[in-house]
Design a protein around this ligand. Structure first.
Ligand code: GDP
Length: 429
């Protein structure tokens, strides 16, 4: 059985925590898109970790972690991440890397940083991890696949020379940087070959066998629906699909094998990078939620930059669940809201006096004003509660209201960052 764990919002919903928790009963956990540009924060018996490339299932002895073909594979970063786990006493995880994954090159990161600098105030808020140049090259068919490292060296060198010609036009003329030298790019690829060799696998064939054997497989998404290049807030999106449907492609499994799409929804909103954010709040109100949010504040796991904050957005979350194909929802960081007398939720978008419930395309989104409904707060700390019935009534009402708005059964409620801080819930719909 394949279960996808994906985000309904702008990312940072707590997918890592839910994956870490569900990985206990899984055999294989797969990252199927994105790269080291966003982090998952995980707190468990080994300590606190910010994973960027490794799937959040690496903490168990019995699991196999797979970097799927859809991932932007930063090889030195992957090795650094594995070493950091070992240094903190985590047993050496079993890791397989798809032979069809493409390689993040140093010039992708350089081009990303140069472009962000060129755009200055109009930038996309990239983490400069090279993601956009990487995926552009993949689809322009000038990326390097892991398998090519193990092929004919002369053919690889020919390709390197061609790529350098193209990249140097931009580097020298637009960004005024020193040109790439083919011998150096080739040498980097050979270093990467030695580093990645122990992990390389035909993961699609491996997964085909695993499915036949009835193994439990988790697909772990990065970011969320609203950052999807097709269905998100284009162009303020990431460069690979964040949707569960892409899990089939980015892992190399049949789409019909994905039986459960657990969509992680955050009890309030947060976002990084630029782009319209209808229920955004500012000033002291935002600072208070930011400082109380997550596990010790809503600050980027990769960059440390403060996240933009907002109230729960039912319009965006309902749409986010729909495009994921959510079969169930895990509602996270609910405990954070315990300080509020009343809690606004955005139930509609207003344009020129008309209220709509559908999430629009980006141009229209810029003009949307939030329509809020206020629910009474519960004014206490709900951490430590393990039975749903023990949650305060106003807290259960808040969950019921969100479930009604998004139209997807909420089966898990997370009330703390730790692995065991989760409550099972019987959905009302
Ligand atoms: P991901 O990218 O979706 O995995 O999310 P992140 O790891 O970036 O952000 C989620 C943050 O919230 C992390 O700091 C988690 O430790 C934390 N977190 C997850 N679930 C909960 C929860 O239920 N309560 C609290 N207080 N923090 C949580």
């Amino acid at each position: 059985m394949v279960r996808a764990i994906v985000g309904a919002n702008w990312g940072d919903e707590g997918k890592g925590k839910i994956t870490d928790m569900l990985a206990e009963k899984s055999d294989i956990i797969i990252r199927f898109q994105g790269g080291s540009n966003a982090g998952h924060t995980i707190i468990n018996n080994y300590g606190k970790f910010a994973l960027h490339l490794l799937p959040s299932g690496v903490f168990y002895d019995h699991t196999t972690s797979i970097i799927g073909n859809g991932v932007a594979l930063n090889i030195p970063y992957l090795l650094k991440e594995i070493k950091a786990l070992e240094e903190k006493g985590v047993p050496t995880p079993k890791i397989l890397v798809s032979d069809r994954a493409q390689i993040m090159m140093p010039y992708h990161m350089l081009l990303d940083a140069c472009e962000e600098a060129r755009l200055a105030g109009k930038s996309f808020g990239s983490t400069k991890s090279g993601i956009a140049p990487f995926y552009s090259d993949k689809y322009a068919k000038i990326g390097f696949q892991v398998s090519e490292l193990f092929g004919c060296p002369d053919e690889l060198m020919d390709k390197v020379k061609n790529v350098c010609v193209l990249k140097n036009v931009l580097l020298e003329n637009l960004y005024h940087q020193p040109p790439l030298v083919p011998d150096e790019v080739f040498a980097t690829l050979m270093e990467y070959k030695d580093m990645i060799a122990p992990y390389v696998c035909d993961t699609s064939a491996y997964l085909h066998e695993a499915l036949k054997e009835g193994k439990n497989i988790l697909l772990e998404g990065q970011l969320g629906s609203l950052k999807d290049p097709d269905h998100g807030i284009y162009p303020m999106v990431t460069s690979s699909s964040t949707l569960a449907a892409y899990g089939a492609i980015g892992a190399g499994i049949p789409p019909y094998e994905i039986k459960n799409i657990t969509t992680v929804v955050k009890a309030y909103s947060s976002a990084v990078g630029a782009g319209a954010f209808v229920s955004e709040i500012f000033g002291d109100e935002a600072n208070e939620l930011r400082n109380r949010g997550g596990d010790g504040g809503e600050y980027g796991a990769t960059t440390g930059r403060p996240r933009r904050m907002g109230w729960f957005d039912a319009v965006a979350s309902r749409y986010g669940c729909r495009v994921q194909g959510a079969t169930e929802v895990a509602l996270t960081v609910l405990d954070v809201l315990g300080y509020l007398d009343e809690i606004p939720i955005c139930v509609g978008y207003e344009y020129d006096g008309k209220v709509e419930k559908e999430f629009p395309t980006t141009a229209k989104l810029e003009y949307a004003k939030p329509v809020y409904k206020k629910l009474p707060g519960w004014k206490c700390d709900i951490r430590g509660i393990r039975n749903y019935e023990e949650l305060p009534e106003n807290c259960r009402n808040y969950i019921d209201e969100i479930e009604k708005e998004i139209g997807v059964p909420i089966t898990l409620v997370s009330n703390g960052p730790g692995r065991s801080e989760v409550i099972e819930r019987k959905p009302l719909i």
